[in-house]
Design a protein around this ligand. Structure first.
Ligand code: BV8
Ligand code: ZN
Length: 255
């Protein structure tokens, strides 16, 4: 039961929501570790999601992201994504902060989503950093690669280097603006809801520590315990869609 931050009935609640790969699972988007099937099965995600892997075999890594982007394009936001968008429409001050690189929060109607780990849909040049004229990650022809994986990345029109996915790879710093804004939102929130993350990837996993103020509460929504659970005031052992729908109904009841 949300009994936190004692918002005044009828007054909007300041809510920060930190989501991980589990938030997209019910939309059919595999979690980060599940996204290694077929050609990529033999790889460790922490080895593949790196600049080093891309420089070593650009077609293997670009092919992996193209495959993941196709999965996202074919997926739909679920009731949990829509519940978050509805809470904002109902006047609550909601800041969605995601570790995910998909666009499901935006497609459900959430605005100003903070992407701590970048996005599949913001490719840029590996060397000069320029964005291509049009986003190539979903460009046709989807000539599905013969081996189901390798696809040569396009070349930068400016310098000729390879175009890379617009995600944050392991060993790369998080983008400063979303990172700063996420910390500020969590420090200022009355309620932090952590959804679908194992809490293993730093520095994102340290964010819940900023919501330990006396009038703040942390609720975790995850079918199983995670590294976040011990930091949370409440752990709801529920999938994201059910947990967020329940939160929305409790908040509208208290309004
Ligand atoms: C950095 C984009 C420094 C790419 C990603 C040793 C110790 C500590 C840290 C480190 C270390 N060695 C290295 C590090 C740092 C490293 C790190 O944390 N490594 C970990 C693995 C040990 N971090 C970094 O490298 C970061 N950068 O530190 O830079 C720096 C500073 C200055 C200058 C230079 C460098 C960058 C990290 C970002 C990496 N990029 N994504 C891509 O997507 O391909 S992270 C990637 O993995 C995802 O984005 C995601 O964030 C993460 C996976 O985590 P989760 O989201 O939690 O997903 P997971 O599958 O683990 O868990 C899913 C959960 O959902 C589960 O709990 C499950 O129970 C639950 N679930 C399932 N179904 C549902 C559900 N929940 C609800 N409903 C359901 N239906
Ligand atoms: Zn370039």
């Amino acid at each position: 039961m949300y009994t936190g931050g004692s918002p005044t009935p009828g007054r909007p609640v300041r809510i920060a929501v930190l989501t991980g790969a589990g938030m997209s699972a019910e939309s059919g988007v595999p979690t980060f570790r599940d996204a290694l099937t077929g050609l990529w099965e033999r790889f460790d995600p922490e080895q593949l999601a790196t600049e080093r892997a891309f420089r070593r075999d650009p077609a293997l890594v670009w092919g992996w992201y193209r495959w993941r982007a196709r999965l996202v394009a074919g997926a739909q936001p679920h009731a949990g994504h829509r519940a978050l968008a509805a809470l904002a429409d109902a006047g609550h001050a909601i800041q969605v902060i995601t570790q995910n690189v998909d666009n499901l929060h935006e497609r459900a109607g959430s605005r100003d989503v903070l992407h701590l780990h970048g996005s599949l849909f913001s490719s840029r040049c590996l060397d000069c950093g320029r964005a291509p004229a049009s986003e190539p990650i979903l460009e046709r022809p989807h000539a599905i690669p013969a081996d189901g994986g390798h696809e040569t990345p396009p070349a930068c029109a400016h310098c000729g280097a390879a175009i890379r996915p617009g995600v944050v790879w392991f060993g790369e710093p998080l983008p400063a603006a979303p990172w700063e804004a996420a910390q500020a939102a969590i420090r200022a929130c009355q309620l932090l809801v952590v959804v679908g993350t194992s809490g293993l990837v730093q520095p994102a996993a340290s964010l819940p520590l900023l919501a330990r103020g006396p009038s703040q509460r942390v609720i975790e929504i995850n079918p199983v315990a995670s590294a976040i659970t011990e930091l949370a005031d409440e752990h709801w052992p529920l999938p994201a869609s059910t947990g967020l729908a329940r939160l929305a109904s409790q908040l509208s009841a208290s309004a």
